[in-house]
Design a protein around this ligand. Structure first.
Ligand code: AP5
Ligand code: MG
Length: 210
């Protein structure tokens, strides 16, 4: 199964992907994580990407498409988390034959509260929330045991910019995938368990109809 997870910043794309990866054996391909890996390499291109991310702007389409396609190439089943984010990116991946697009439908005030408590491990792969999804040991990642940190782009000014861009560029994809009859809106204001149950219902239905 090839699945796209669409939703505003902080809507829970990473959190849901971690669970789907475990339960459905889907490879979790996060565009943001791939880009942060490039930044960590400190190459010239990595430095450019860092500037885009820290401003809360989208990295140029051609680069992201190339990076994602290369990573998805050898995998039969995956979740695209945070990709595509523009109409150009979406048209560039028509050939991947996506099975389903899930839109995490969450209100903005709830997301802002989630951001304030978000913590991630050093690799950024595992996410937590101080009150909604705390780690077993305070400040330490359950999986890789590294200390938890706040993402650099999780500050109010950059979050505001990320939201503006979501509404300007990414929200256009809702209509795009609706027309293709691939889009399912997932009520996502509830707890992580409630949201995940809503996601599972749709995926299990799709698997049953195959
Ligand atoms: P990216 O890393 O993808 O950031 P984002 O889209 O802004 O989304 P987040 O990762 O911040 O949130 P999330 O939806 O994963 O929520 P999470 O599960 O963590 O992208 C970063 C940057 O990279 C972009 O700004 C851009 O510069 C660049 N980029 C990435 N993709 C690109 C692309 N395709 N093209 C161009 N540039 C690109 O949850 C948030 C918090 O809430 C956590 O603390 C979590 O524990 C908690 N939480 C989750 N669900 C719930 C719940 N149901 N109830 C309570 N708390 C919850
Ligand atoms: Mg994420």
């Amino acid at each position: 199964m090839k699945l796209i997870l669409l939703g505003p910043p902080g809507s829970g794309k990473g959190t849901i992907s971690e669970r789907l990866e475990k339960d459905y054996k889907l490879y979790h391909l996060s565009a943001g994580a791939l880009l942060r890996e490039e930044v960590a390499k400190s190459t010239t291109i990595g430095k450019d990407i860092k500037a885009y991310i820290e401003r809360g702007e989208l990295v140029p389409d051609s680069f992201v498409v190339q990076l994602v396609k290369l990573d998805a190439k050898s995998k039969p089943n995956y979740i695209l988390d945070g990709f595509p984010r523009t109409l150009t990116q979406a048209t560039e991946i028509e050939d991947l034959n996506i099975d389903i697009v899930l839109l995490l439908d969450v209100s903005e005030d709830i997301v802002l509260e989630r951001f304030a408590g978000r913590r991630v491990c050093q690799s950024g792969e595992h996410g937590y929330h101080l009150t909604h999804l705390p780690p077993k040991v305070t400040g330490i990642c359950d999986v890789d045991k590294t200390s938890l940190i706040q993402r650099k782009d999780d500050n109010p000014q950059v979050i505001k910019k990320r939201f503006q861009i979501y509404h300007k560029d990414t929200a256009l994809l809702i209509n795009y995938y609706q027309k293709k009859k691939l889009l399912h809106k997932i009520p996502a204001n509830g707890t992580p368990d409630e949201v995940y149950q809503n996601v599972k219902k749709i995926i299990n239905q799709l698997n049953k109809n195959k």
